[in-house]
Design a protein around this ligand. Structure first.
Ligand SMILES: Cc1cc2nc3c(=O)[nH]c(=O)nc-3n(C[C@H](O)[C@H](O)[C@H](O)COP(=O)(O)OP(=O)(O)OC[C@H]3O[C@@H](n4cnc5c(N)ncnc54)[C@H](O)[C@@H]3O)c2cc1C
Length: 361
């Protein structure tokens, strides 16, 4: 007698097996280093709030680290940004991030409390931890999502991300496994408003860990601020350059405007490939996702791989000689003209305007 073939997941019509129905709630693993939470965690708590409201479940924030006032503050912040429950996981071994102890603890915590969705920032730490725990939990992980939603038909997470070199968006579901996991890059989701008066339930977890069980040791900590790298993802204003700048020497026009505006400099990929600037300044699918209040794109065509990294900017000003350049389809304001002439004119105008304002104040 042949065994019945296992039923295949059938998209939105797939019904969750009974044993997975115990998984409830949307969790965010809050990333913190040396007492400072990464802002992507709050962006994700805001997103988790929307997903949890659609599902009618609670938002859980998992805060791991060594016990102390910093961790207490981060627990309070988690409520402020929208968490209902904080899982406070404390142990001296968790003071600094290391894959092994964090993955072991998170695997146990997930198996104990059974959340249906777990979100992490697609940062260096988040990517490392997400991959490790998705493996130990034997579940699905969708990395670098640009959109998250819930399919009402089967209550599953619809995790959308670019694919085929960014030319298509695909929506991935983890149907027959729990929890459903996803990572999202900083600045992809909007920062929620913080309500300082919000509180909730704290569940304290004290894992059974021993330092000698882990071979990796933290010898020193070098904060990011000591490295001379662009902080594009968090810049308020970005002046970005593309191939329309024509040669490396013309980048000085971009740096001049950025200096006057107090802005960071970003670029399209060909400029990184040509060695004009380092890859920490590349905006786009294989670079940084940015969300500044003002993005000035000079000599950038607006290819989809660039667009996905900057289209959520509050105001996009495009400068391009070609009136049919794709960037004009989504820029808020456009100047059809030569960036080599317009950039110095803007630098001149802004420096005069800003110095008048400074004198007046
Ligand atoms: C897998 C993959 C990943 C990628 N990832 C990224 C990524 O992360 N980021 C990214 O940027 N790209 C990425 N790309 C490359 C992307 O497809 C485009 O090739 C790139 O964004 C184009 O850069 P550009 O707009 O500077 O150059 P071009 O497309 O050559 O556009 C130059 C523009 O400048 C205009 N111009 C010319 N002269 C002037 C002038 N004097 N003044 C004003 N305008 C002028 C032209 O009209 C044109 O619109 C990726 C590609 C692939 C396949």
């Amino acid at each position: 007698m042949s065994e019945a073939a296992p039923s295949k997941p059938q998209g939105r019509r797939f019904q969750l097996p009974e044993h997975l129905k115990a998984y409830k709630g949307v969790w965010v693993i809050v990333e913190q280093e040396r007492g400072a939470a990464h802002s992507v965690s709050w962006e994700l708590v805001g997103e988790a709030r929307k997903l949890a409201d659609k599902l009618g479940v609670e938002v859980g924030a998992v805060v791991l680290g060594a016990a102390g006032p910093d961790l207490e503050r981060i627990c309070g912040e988690s409520f402020g940004y929208g968490a209902d429950v904080v899982y406070k996981v404390t142990h001296p071994v968790l003071a600094d991030y290391r894959t092994d102890p964090y993955a072991r603890v998170m695997t146990d915590v997930v198996n104990t409390f059974k959340p249906e969705i777990v979100l992490l920032g697609a940062t260096t730490l988040g990517r490392d931890l997400a991959g490790a725990i998705a493996t130990t939990l034997a579940t699905g992980l969708t990395a670098d999502c640009t959109e998250l939603d819930i399919y009402a038909e089967n209550r599953s997470l619809a995790a959308t991300r670019p694919t085929f070199g960014g030319t298509l968006l695909c929506t991935i579901q983890t149907l027959a496994y729990r929890p459903q996991m996803a990572t999202v890059r900083p600045r992809v989701m909007a920062m929620p408003d913080r309500d300082e008066t919000r509180t909730g339930q704290v569940i304290e977890v004290t894992p059974d860990l021993a330092e000698e069980d882990f071979v990796t040791k933290v010898l020193s900590f070098i904060p990011d601020s000591e490295r001379n790298e662009a902080q594009l993802a968090f810049a308020d204003i970005i002046v970005a350059a593309g191939k329309g700048l024509q040669k490396a020497e013309n980048m000085s026009l971009v740096w001049d405007l950025a200096r006057v505006l107090g802005a960071e400099v970003g670029v399209s990929r060909p400029l990184v490939q040509a060695g004009w600037v380092g890859n920490d300044r590349q905006v786009g699918q294989t670079g940084k996702t940015v969300r500044p209040t003002l993005y000035i794109a000079a000599g950038i065509s607006g290819a989809i791989q660039h667009r996905v990294g900057m289209e959520k900017s509050d105001l996009i000003l495009a400068i391009n000689t070609d009136p049919n350049a794709p960037i004009f389809d989504f820029a808020h304001h456009g100047i059809v003209g030569d960036a080599l002439k317009i950039l110095p004119a803007l630098t001149d105008a802004f420096s005069r305007k800003l110095s008048v304002n400074r004198l007046a104040s």
